[in-house]
Design a protein around this ligand. Structure first.
Ligand code: UDP
Length: 243
């Protein structure tokens, strides 16, 4: 039994970097691909958005005076690198996987086309969305919320290094407590910074639940089946919402 028939999984660039903290760790890449394929094998429609922070973040001024727009487009290109590497890794174990990108790199992947994405999902493909929103000054969290709304996902699973939402930074504060479940308004009131506000409000407006969890083996499957994992932020009006 699955709770969510359609999910969008957001993988941060950092999650692909492993302990090095930069670039792509092949062993981590393989385990991420395995987890995504296990998620697909639950029978759910699975879309993925990958970040690019393991290579480049537009807001970090690495080169003094570099134009912010240029820097953000480089960040979006980083998401294309991650998406294509992830696609090729997934394709070793699951044959139907495509990348659509919001910025055109036509030698490597397809452009974003909603109809084709929906068509691919209905044929049991895993669809990876790259290039963020295609516009500077945004994050891939906002891109994830946007694509989740476009594919009518019932849940956005934000897979991070941390296994949920805490009252405080668990690395710095050993007394920080993890939430199992949270109402959106409470998350906002407590300023818990789960995602940027634009991503969060897109999920609220479109009734998309958010699950924040780590990429530990089995977590994505648990999230799709409605079993306890990480932190659940409830936005769906009812369990019979159908997505
Ligand atoms: N980015 C952007 N617009 C978007 C998505 C991403 O300009 O819609 C750029 C931005 O510079 C960002 C970088 O791409 O810093 C990498 O994305 P992000 O930091 O969200 O990746 P993550 O932290 O999830 O790996």
């Amino acid at each position: 039994m699955i709770k969510y028939r359609r999910v969008l999984i957001k993988i941060s660039g950092e999650a692909l970097a492993g302990k090095k903290g930069w670039g792509i760790d092949p062993a981590v890449l393989k385990s991420v691909a395995d987890e995504i394929v296990s998620a697909k094998k639950t029978g759910a429609c699975v879309s993925v958005v990958v970040g690019g922070g393991n290579f480049w973040r537009g807001r970090e001024e690495r080169i003094a005076g570099l134009d912010r727009g240029t820097s953000d487009y480089i960040g979006m290109l980083a998401t294309v690198i991650n998406a294509c590497v992830l696609r090729d890794e997934i394709s070793r174990i699951y044959p139907r996987v495509v990348v659509q990108s919001a910025i055109e790199v036509k030698e490597l992947c397809d452009p974003i086309r909603k109809r084709e994405a929906m068509d691919a999902l209905s044929r049991n493909a895993i669809v990876i969305f790259a290039g963020g929103t295609g516009s500077p000054y945004f994050t891939t969290d906002t891109a994830a919320a946007l694509r989740a709304a476009e594919v009518s996902a019932g849940c956005l699973i934000k897979a991070t290094k941390v296994d949920g939402v805490y009252t405080d930074d668990p690395v710095k504060n050993r007394k920080a407590r993890k939430f199992d479940r949270l109402a959106s308004m409470e998350a906002i009131k407590r300023n818990l910074k789960i995602m940027d506000i634009s991503a969060f409000s897109l999920c609220m407006e479109n009734g998309i639940d958010i699950i924040v969890c780590s990429l530990k083996k089995g977590n994505l499957v648990k999230a799709i089946r409605g079993k306890k994992t990480g932190t659940l932020i409830v936005n769906r009006v009812s369990a019979s919402a159908g997505h």
